[in-house]
Design a protein around this ligand. Structure first.
Ligand SMILES: [Zn+2]
Length: 342
């Protein structure tokens, strides 16, 4: 299948972050992109995205947030010591009961980010803007070819309309879904990353035209903690168009694949014209920050099952962190999807 990619992904490459009281190597490294690209280069058609501009981004994200992301690095001099910083980050984060958008840069960073995992660096805007273009191009290609892959990096599904978090800045899966929505009256998003797709849920929570289903490790003691529970079903027009399927930590192929079958039955009832798969390879048993135990064969079977739904499908890369199985699992997904399409 066509696999859209853009090397500007490497312009954002954080080296460390503050996690549970300790500075650790940042799991969301540029090397992920290189490994994933190399894994599929000899079997799938690597294609550069078209430049669709900011309009598809603004269809999902608040204009003030997009402006903040675009301008933040050039405004670093407004921060104490910012002119010499390698990256900028706040230690203060807005809370629901304390949510005025301030004018100063330090407060703005905390207003538009949820945690310490999304530092703004010299190439952050370039990378996230390129990843969004990759997602849009894959959505368009899915309608032409029936399927396409978007090698997005940084990932996107933890980004809300107005905030970054969980390594994510722009919600590439939501941007792809909104793009597909311009051609179909109903679109579904199936998120199989090990973490709940909280940003995607947030973006579409009041909408009845975009069904969001997330299968993930139970968030009761796992990121994103504050969302991802089974009783979150959408509100208003969106009531019934959001579904969460949390699984016990350590769940292997059988319960994960059963959840995917279950989700696809719901998607069939919704009868969308197109599908976005938010592909997190961090459901792998080998993932360094994962909490499920999916095997390479499990990923291949998931792809076959999803392909059998017969929907135009944009597969958008979400998580999946450095381990020996990471590139193999991507290859298994794309090969199995193609094989199932005949
Ligand atoms: Zn994840």
């Amino acid at each position: 299948m066509r696999a859209f990619h853009d090397a500007r992904a490497l312009a954002h490459d954080p080296d460390s972050y503050f996690r549970r009281g300790t500075i650790v190597a940042h799991p969301e490294q540029g090397e992920r992109w290189t490994l994933l690209r190399d894994a599929i280069a000899d079997a799938h058609d690597l294609v550069a995205p078209a430049d669709h501009g900011e309009a598809p981004i603004l269809a999902v994200h608040d204009a003030a947030y997009v402006r903040f992301l675009r301008e933040a690095w050039s405004r670093r001099g407004e921060l104490p010591g910012g002119a010499d910083a390698a990256e900028i980050l706040s230690g203060h984060f807005a809370r629901p009961h304390m949510s005025r958008r301030p004018e100063g840069m330090l407060g703005l960073i905390g207003y538009h980010t949820a945690d310490t995992s999304t530092p703004i660096r010299p190439g952050t805007w370039e990378a996230v803007h390129a990843a969004a273009q990759v997602a849009v191009s894959a959505a368009d290609a899915a309608l032409e070819d029936g399927r396409a892959y978007a090698l997005c990096r940084p990932p996107g599904h933890h980004a809300y309309a107005d905030s970054a978090g969980g390594f994510c800045f722009l919600n590439n899966s939501a941007i792809a879904a909104e793009r597909l929505r311009t051609r179909h009256s109903r679109v579904a998003v199936l998120d199989i990353d090990v973490h709940h797709g909280n940003g995607t849920q947030g973006v579409f929570y009041t909408r009845g035209d975009i069904l969001t289903i997330s299968i993930h490790a139970d968030p009761a003691d796992y990121f994103p903690y504050y969302a991802g529970y089974a009783d979150e079903v959408g509100v208003g027009d969106g009531e019934g168009a959001n579904r969460n399927i949390p699984l016990p930590h350590g769940s292997g192929d059988a319960p994960w694949l059963a959840a995917i079958e279950d989700a696809l039955e719901g998607i069939a009832r919704f009868a969308p014209g197109a599908l976005v798969v938010a592909l997190g390879l961090d459901a792998s048993k080998d993932d360094p920050i994962g909490a499920l135990a999916v095997t390479t064969d499990g990923f291949a079977r998931a792809a076959e099952t999803i392909a059998r739904a017969g929907l135009p499908t944009a597969i958008v890369q979400e998580g999946g962190y450095l381990c020996e199985a990471l590139p193999r699992n991507l290859r298994a997904v794309l090969d199995a999807y193609d094989a199932a399409c005949g």
